[in-house]
Design a binder for this molecule. Structure first.
Ligand code: CAA
Length: 503
């Protein structure tokens, strides 16, 4: 048994049960509202963006419940004791607290469920838009390699709710979900090379979520350019560090996983990578139209470059290579939507699931990971599947989660009105201080937070309403039950989040 490799021993994920069928009532109503024809909008969503359904969090679900569910499934399925875990690191851009680490909430939930304490586990939270979990992964692998972890396993969780304002182009690229990975030496699923990681970072405004907003502020087309330029810089950095020529990097790797805010972005990214890598290989160049080829080779940026890359993506040779090296990793995203920091890791689960369905054995095949986080940073690294990869994930669990209830799974379709209500609802609200509703003490669900004294007529206060009654029935899951409201001599918990396991 070799002990000098590190990587992913097993992986699991959790998505909320509720989903919207984007091609049904959603498209009908939005096309009427926007003046686009129904066919045009459906075509854009299904082919242009690449999605069909999008996952929606219920009232009792947030980034914490999803993270805890993904971690719980992981340790239950693989019978992992909390004693053997040295680190639970969470990457998210949907944090629930400006101070407390989301991972500490998760630890508490796992401890209560197992009826044991595990205070030795470090629980940091990493933030860098969609790639916080990649920074967490890099750090956890380093801890495992150096020996500072002092336990057998580290868990990295990526958890997020992707949210944009209603009736904006970002709306059909929303989603929700978490992925949890068990990391160890001599892993069963996939060995990662932590010694060569290409990195690029630039101070950008492509996509961000200011503290006052629950939805992201995004400059859509610009965000695509920043994504492509940053991942290309990370690729260049990787090639330099690995001392590899581009064509070898292309030939050596069987699968390319990208950050997938929407499946079509995987195609844009593949066109950028493949164009860049093929430009050094006379044989590969021979498959392309020379006119296209000279365009790729010239130094172009922005829309001009993307236009050439779109043409490249239409070429038969690209379509073949894309179908082999990228497409299987995009399948789950079509039915789930954007899960931000987890989307790269969901792409891995998608590749495993699709490979098994197709009867394809990925053992000893190599994988390129390309992580991207707006604002902006990217990383490129590689891994290789082991012979025991099938033990590292549950095909049955994937099927259950992505399949509607009517077909034997657990998903529940909601109509547009329910989705919009969930989208616009908040567990807190602003009320006028002069509305005469100020209360003190534990009068949940409608206590007013911390009245400033003396109140002015124009003061607005935060009302801690807590989660509303859930749309779906809660079943064997962690749930946000209430927000703390007490500000007394004995307890101060105003705004604290109370989670429970619901049988
Ligand atoms: N049939 C087939 N294709 C169609 C079509 C039809 N009827 N109608 C349009 N299309 C195609 C368009 O031609 C276009 O494809 P090409 O790029 O090949 O030309 C594609 O559908 C999209 O069309 P638009 O550009 O008109 O789409 P849009 O205005 O809805 O905007 C978007 C798309 C910018 C991605 C928008 O959804 C958005 O802002 N999303 C959120 C931001 C985002 O995800 N950015 C990605 C990079 S940032 C990141 O990755 C971090 C993260 O997770 C957010």
């Amino acid at each position: 048994m070799k002990d000098d490799t590190v990587g992913i021993d097993s992986i699991s994920f959790h998505i909320p049960r509720l989903y919207v069928d984007l091609l049904g009532e959603f498209s009908e109503v939005r096309s009427q509202q926007s003046g686009e024809t129904l066919d045009k909008l459906r075509g854009k969503i299904q082919q242009g963006i690449g999605v069909e359904w999008m996952t929606i969090a219920d009232f009792h679900e947030d980034a914490v419940t999803m993270a805890a569910m993904a971690a719980w499934k992981l340790i239950e399925e693989h019978k992992i004791s909390l004693d053997d875990i040295g680190l639970i690191a969470v990457g998210t851009e949907t944090t629930v607290d400006q101070s407390k680490s989301l991972a500490a909430y998760v630890l508490g939930m796992l401890e209560r469920k197992r009826g044991t304490r595990a205070s030795h586990i470090g629980c940091p939270q990493f933030q860098f838009a969609c790639m916080g979990a990649t920074y967490a992964l890099e750090s956890a692998l380093a801890c495992l390699l150096s020996g500072t972890l002092a336990r057998k396993y580290a868990i990295v969780i990526a958890t997020d709710i992707a949210k944009y304002p209603l009736m904006t182009p970002g709306e059909y690229t929303q989603g929700a979900g978490a992925v949890a990975m068990l990391l160890t030496k001599n892993p069963r699923l996939l060995v990662i090379n932590p010694r060569v990681i290409g990195t690029a970072t630039r101070d950008e405004r492509d996509f961000f979520r200011p503290n006052f907003s629950k939805a992201a502020v995004v400059d859509g087309k610009y965000s695509i350019d920043v994504y492509l330029n940053t991942v290309e810089e990370a690729l260049n950095d990787y090639l330099k560090k690995a001392e590899l020529v581009p064509q070898d990097f292309y030939h050596n790797n069987n699968h390319f996983l990208f950050h997938v805010p929407f499946p079509r972005m995987g195609e844009y990214a593949a066109a950028r990578f493949f164009g860049r890598l093929w430009s050094h290989d006379d044989i590969l160049k021979g498959y392309l139209d020379p006119a296209l080829w000279s365009g790729i080779n010239s130094v172009l940026t922005g829309e001009k470059r993307r236009s050439i890359e779109r043409d490249l993506a239409k070429s038969p040779f690209f379509r073949d290579q894309f179908a082999l090296k990228v497409a299987p990793s995009l399948a789950l995203g079509r039915k789930i939507g954007n899960i931000y920091s987890g989307s790269l890791f969901l792409a891995l689960i998608s590749l495993l699931y699709e490979s098994e369905l197709a009867g394809h054995d990925v053992a000893q095949e190599s994988v390129v990971w390309t992580s991207y986080g707006s604002g902006a940073s990217a990383k490129v690294f590689t891994g290789r599947f082991t012979d025991r990869w099938r033990e590292g994930y549950s095909r049955q669990e994937v099927y259950q989660q992505i399949t509607p209830q009517a077909a034997g799974g657990r998903r529940l379709k909601v109509n547009l009105a329910t989705y919009e209500n969930l989208h616009e609802s908040s567990e807190t609200s602003l009320v006028r201080a002069d509305a005469g509703r100020v209360q003190t003490g534990p009068a949940f669900p409608s206590t007013i937070l911390a009245a400033q004294s003396p109140l002015k007529d124009t003061d607005f206060l935060v009302s801690l309403d807590g989660p509303q009654r859930s749309v779906g029935e809660k079943f064997q899951e962690f749930s946000l039950e209430r927000l703390g409201t007490e500000n007394s001599k004995n307890v101060v918990d105003v705004g604290y989040r109370y989670y429970e396991w619901v049988e």
